[in-house]
Design a protein around this ligand. Structure first.
Ligand SMILES: Cc1ncc(C[n+]2csc(CCOP(=O)(O)OP(=O)(O)O)c2C)c(N)n1
Ligand SMILES: [Mg+2]
Length: 699
């Protein structure tokens, strides 16, 4: 570990100081104008960010989506003005959704003046997809650093696959993340740092703002970790900068990172929150509220700044950044693209892969091997059919990579293709990732992987989605097509009991905007589900699978599984399609509905079975289709799902019947549980008959 700086820092002067103070004052002014926000940390870290961006970051503001750019993650999302100031001063261009670079500046000064106001490119916390140059959405502390691990893993994987003789540096970008006390306290950072150390991700650098302040006051209240020792124990290189204003020491620390080839680097920077504000520096008062007009004035006086100027960018500042990061970034980016033509000539297939991956397209014929499953009453667990489908897809989509949080043997998500390999410090080309028992970090890492454009999947027991909801929510918020495969979808886990039985998790997932949840009924629905999921561009998907076997439905007798793409479809119908009652099932309960349907039909009851694997896909259909599946005049409806009934009334009506589970399940063999909770054909038939009677009386 490098010692703290011993001699006083060489004072920063000239245009460097002016540029740093511009970052500081823009941040203060924006927060003051919004009358809300976090001024203190941008003021303190302006020199750190300046040093990194201006002297080291390989980033071209003119092309902020250049694939080999260094990534900068602001894990302390509340310090968003630090990033917005940088984006403005370096002149980062806005990029359209289809990756064409547009002429506009991503963050014009007017956007900073409208910080935190509706539709400003400067929302409260940095949002990916909304503001070009923001590499990932941050705000929930710890998420940014964990996501940066995914980016670093992604870079290693890209390098291992695409760097070739003569093109050793095609992918060699570094990932920097700026974090604070909050990030260090959150458990997710420990999970992520532990994995990063284990994988020896030497392209990863976290910068820890050790300012000893959080919202409630001094960290002595809650946090006495020896962070340096903790990270050394994780296998990181740790170095320290004793003064956030010391550009030379900061540069030395960044060079130490660049020269470290066998492990990630943590740079601990001692800083003063609210630096320069005479009454608020080093207090939590500088954290999350405007300084106040007078304090802003006094801080500006301290900086030698014109006290009455607001949003002031002195002459020469833009040019200074243009000559630094701008010039360096452009040269690196142009040199990279100049070589891409040669790469395409020498490695046309790899170049084609890269193009498609970067544009979130799939290879030609990606779905040609997806299996069909023949009817079989004994059937197959959907986790088993999913294993076959996943491997058939992985065969034709080389950048489909993923793994589990130590549950691959149970979730069946291993890519077993020859040469797929295991991702490790010794083999960055492996397609099977091992996240360890670190669900929360796994979600963030998947986001990071998706942000560098590989196609990631992660898996676990459905119950443990609770442990990763924070990351999963960011997948949805960022509109990333991350694939989550969750098995052991309900009480089918049997003897493991309530701790392992998801009940309310489906409702949780379905309530999340932008997330596609699919609970397929059999092998063929699994195949169709993967087909839908792999074609998603902007939505994460949650695939919910059984541990136990479910019958493979006879599609010569019942409707084809292709109906899955519409979210719900009529699987079996009354003759003439005018049912008295509709049975709606998902996943393992669809087969039960069919059994009940056959009995009802024998009894002369006109029943319909709707398989409804995905509410979201169904809700996306036009009204005509939705009403053809669930005709409004047929009010007798029964839903069957081994989960909470929360939300089902939307499809069954408040007078419909929901066969569901209202407790946390129980520990017993599945047979006993099915009886206890009423998941059998008799119960469904009885519910159907009483629904018919109820609605006839009313009608
Ligand atoms: C997961 C999570 N919990 C709580 C918060 C609310 N919050 C925002 S900033 C902050 C304090 C962060 O302290 P630190 O990281 O030291 O930042 P500093 O005050 O030094 O800028 C908290 C608790 C959050 N954003 N995310
Ligand atoms: Mg702090």
């Amino acid at each position: 570990m490098a010692p703290a700086t011993a001699s006083p820092a060489v004072p920063v002067k000239g245009m460097e100081l002016t540029s740093i103070n511009t970052i500081r004052t823009l941040s203060m002014d924006a927060v003051q104008a919004a009358n809300s926000g976090h001024p203190g940390t941008p003021m303190a870290l302006a020199p750190v960010a300046y040093c990194l961006w201006q002297r080291f970051l390989r980033f071209d503001p003119q092309d902020p989506v250049w694939p080999n750019r260094d990534r900068f993650v602001l894990s302390i999302g509340h310090a968003s003005m630090l990033l917005y100031s940088l984006l403005n001063l370096t002149g980062v261009r806005a990029v359209s959704k289809d990756y064409e670079t547009l002429g506009d500046v991503s963050v014009p000064l007017d956007a900073i003046k409208a910080f935190r106001q509706l539709d400003s490119r400067c929302p409260g916390h940095p949002e990916y997809r909304w503001t070009s140059g923001v590499e990932t959405t941050t705000g929930p502390l710890g998420q940014g650093v964990a996501t940066s691990v995914g980016m670093a893993i992604g870079r290693q994987w890209l390098a291992a696959r695409y760097n070739r003789p003569g093109f050793e540096n095609l992918f060699d970008f570094n990932v920097y993340a700026l974090c604070g006390d909050g990030c260090m306290m959150e458990g997710i950072s420990s999970e992520a740092a532990s994995l990063a150390g284990h994988l020896q991700l030497s392209n990863l650098c976290w910068i820890y703002d050790n300012n000893h302040i959080t919202i409630e006051g001094n960290t002595s209240l809650t946090f006495t970790d020896d962070v340096a020792t903790r990270f050394i124990a994780y296998g990181w290189n740790v170095t320290r900068v004793g003064d956030a204003n010391d550009l030379d020491m900061l540069s030395r620390a960044f060079r130490t990172f660049l020269n470290t080839n066998d492990r990630p680097t943590l740079i601990i920077v001692d800083s003063h929150i609210g630096y320069g504000a005479p009454h608020k520096q080093d207090t939590s008062g500088a954290h999350g509220e405007p300084l106040g007009e007078e304090e802003v004035r006094l801080a500006k006086r301290n900086y030698g700044w014109p006290e009455d100027q607001k949003f002031y960018v002195p002459e020469g500042v833009y040019d200074h950044f243009r000559q630094g990061i701008g010039l360096r970034g452009k040269q690196l980016r142009d040199a990279w693209f100049a070589r891409i033509g040669d790469y395409r000539n020498q490695y046309p297939e790899l170049a084609e892969e890269l193009f498609r991956m970067q544009h979130r397209q799939l290879p030609e014929g990606w779905d040609r091997d997806l299996p069909e499953f023949t009817a079989d009453p004994k059937g197959l667990a959907t986790r088993e059919s999913s294993a076959k489908v996943l491997n058939a897809a992985a065969k034709n989509i080389p950048w489909l990579i993923g793994g589990a949080a130590d549950l691959t043997p149970s979730t069946k998500t291993r890519i077993t293709l020859e040469g797929a390999g295991d991702f490790s410090a010794e083999n960055f080309a492996g397609r099977n990732l091992h996240f360890g028992i670190r669900e929360h970090a796994m979600g963030a890492i998947l986001n990071g992987l998706s942000l560098v454009k590989v196609r990631p999947f992660g898996s676990g027991f459905f119950i443990f989605v609770d442990y990763m909801r924070g990351s999963l929510r960011l997948s949805a918020l960022m509109e990333l097509p991350v694939i989550y495969v969750f098995t052991h979808d309900s009480i089918g886990v049997g003897e493991d009991g309530p701790t392992h039985q998801p009940i309310e998790q489906l409702a949780h997932m379905r309530s999340m905007p932008g997330l596609i949840v699919i609970r397929p009924a059999d092998g063929n629905e699994v195949s169709e589900a993967w087909k839908v999921i792999l074609q998603l561009h902007h939505e994460p998907a949650v695939l919910v699978l059984t541990r136990q076997a479910v019958p493979t439905i006879d599609r010569t007798k019942y409707a084809p599984a292709s109906g899955l793409a519409r979210g719900a479809y009529v699987l079996a119908d009354a003759p003439g399609a005018d049912p008295e009652v509709i049975l709606i099932g998902t996943g393992s309960e669809v087969a039960l509905c069919l059994e009940a349907y056959e009995r009802l039909t024998r009894e002369g009851v006109r029943a319909r079975v709707v398989s409804m694997p995905s509410w979201e896909l169904f809700d996306d259909q036009d009204k005509g289709y939705r009403e053809s599946v669930l005709p409004p005049h047929v009010k007798a409806r029964v839903s069957v799902e081994q989960a909470s009934d929360f939300g089902w009334a939307k499809y069954t009506g408040s007078e419909g019947h929901n066969i569901c589970i209202e407790t946390f399940g129980a520990s017993a063999p599945l047979k006993q549980l099915l009886k206890k909770f009423g998941f059998n054909a008799e119960n469904i038939v009885a519910a159907a008959n009483s629904q018919i009677a109820k609605h006839q009386t009313r009608g």
